[in-house]
Design a protein around this ligand. Structure first.
Ligand code: SAH
Ligand code: SF4
Length: 344
């Protein structure tokens, strides 16, 4: 019998697994606490389980883990972790410190199939989905070294294209017997997979961020091919329908690209588009990267865009690009060590 990776189980699945082996249901919670609150790496550590049960777990299951192969630190305190996966692929996670509110940005796929023109991850195409275990193990690994307050699925990949494993990870992250993150502290970001947005909202309570990035179908079709499948009208309807707990909002991400979507007309259209649902806008000046001819806007047009939204009483922040000196900023992740490593 092949051993199961126990970190692929949600609590409910683990309960099913061990009761199937004739064990008491509450043992699953004990195991979960060891895994996610004590960050245990072996069954031997789980001293409130009988020796026999631990030996049986040893025979039928294993505990996967990730260790950072490289950690790069930015001048602004941002840290980028490179994790090598068992099959040789690699993904990156980024820890963004902010006083006592560390945010960890995690990956959901190796590469990405969505092909957004402005995003480096997208140019690497999709290699594969991460397992639930590989997603939560990014959190386990970083938490071993640093406190983590917020989790954002804004690293490599389109989380909603890996919905089942992402939902599994979300359940583990927010489980009171798991990582215990409040649902307010976990955000999933999507390029706009409309049916999956509804499925996510039906399955779990979580914050949603939507990468809007354009205000006309013409421009969005060009820079985000997903728009040809789910045009703006459908995307906005999906935002409106997304089940938000009271006093919450959808984060609208808007990458400002010079001469593409940074005009005052865009700002006007943006205000109209988001008027039907509670939102906060994150303006992200485009981070330039090799092999992409798009450019970051002038400071003047960033300020103009920002001010227009403010004047219309939209809650807006312009995100400073953290960690760009180590290629850890939005859209700069590629899951490779460096050019030399790539060549090898
Ligand atoms: N696939 C998901 C989550 C990962 S991308 C999504 O697209 O939402 C996280 C954010 O980075 C998205 O809002 C995306 O629009 C933004 N982004 C991608 N490339 C960028 C770049 N070069 N500069 C600035 N932001 C970028
Ligand atoms: Fe994929 Fe998001 Fe990058 Fe688009 S912006 S290619 S969806 S990771």
């Amino acid at each position: 019998m092949e051993k199961v990776d126990i970190k692929n189980f949600t609590l409910a699945q683990l309960e099913g697994h061990i009761t199937g082996q004739g064990k008491e249901r509450f043992r699953a919670k004990q195991i979960f606490k060891w895994l996610y609150q004590q960050n245990a790496t072996s069954f031997a550590q789980m001293t409130n389980l009988s020796k026999e049960f631990r030996a049986e777990l040893e025979r039928t299951a294993w505990i996967s883990n990730l260790e950072a192969e490289a950690v790069e630190a930015s001048a602004d305190g941002t840290k980028k972790y490179l994790f090598r996966l068992a099959d040789g692929n690699a993904v990156e996670s980024v820890l963004i410190p902010d006083e006592d509110r560390n945010t960890l940005c995690i990956s959901s796929q190796v590469g990405c199939a969505m092909g957004c023109e402005f995003c480096l991850t997208g140019t690497f195409k999709l290699t594969r989905n991460l397992t639930t275990a590989e997603i939560v193990n990014q959190v386990c690994a970083v938490k071993r070294e640093e406190p983590v307050r917020n989790i954002v699925f804004m690293g490599m990949g389109e989380p909603l294209a890996n919905l089942e494993n992402v939902i599994g990870a979300l359940r583990i992250l927010t489980d009171p017997d798991g990582f215990q993150f409040s649902t307010r502290k976990v955000t999933v970001s999507t390029s706009g997979l409309v049916p999956e947005m509804a499925a996510l909202g039906a399955a779990v309570t979580v914050n949603l961020a939507v990468s809007l990035n354009a205000t006309t179908d013409e421009v969005r079709d060009r820079i985000m091919p997903v728009n040809r499948r789910y045009p703006l009208k459908e995307l906005i309807a999906a935002c409106k329908a997304f089940p938000l707990p009271s006093r919450r909002w959808i984060t609208v991400e808007y990458v400002l690209i010079r001469g593409v979507n940074d005009s005052l007309d865009d700002a006007k259209r943006l205000v109209r588009l988001i008027s039907t649902f509670p939102s906060k806008v994150n303006l992200i000046p485009f981070n330039e990267h090799e092999g992409c001819s798009l450019a970051t806007p002038t400071q003047e047009s960033i300020d103009r865009f920002h001010k227009y939204l403010l004047d219309k009483h939209v809650t807006v922040i312009t995100r400073s690009s953290r960690g760009s000196d180590i290629s850890a900023a939005c859209g700069q992740l590629k899951g490779r060590l460096d050019k030399a490593a790539e060549a090898r």
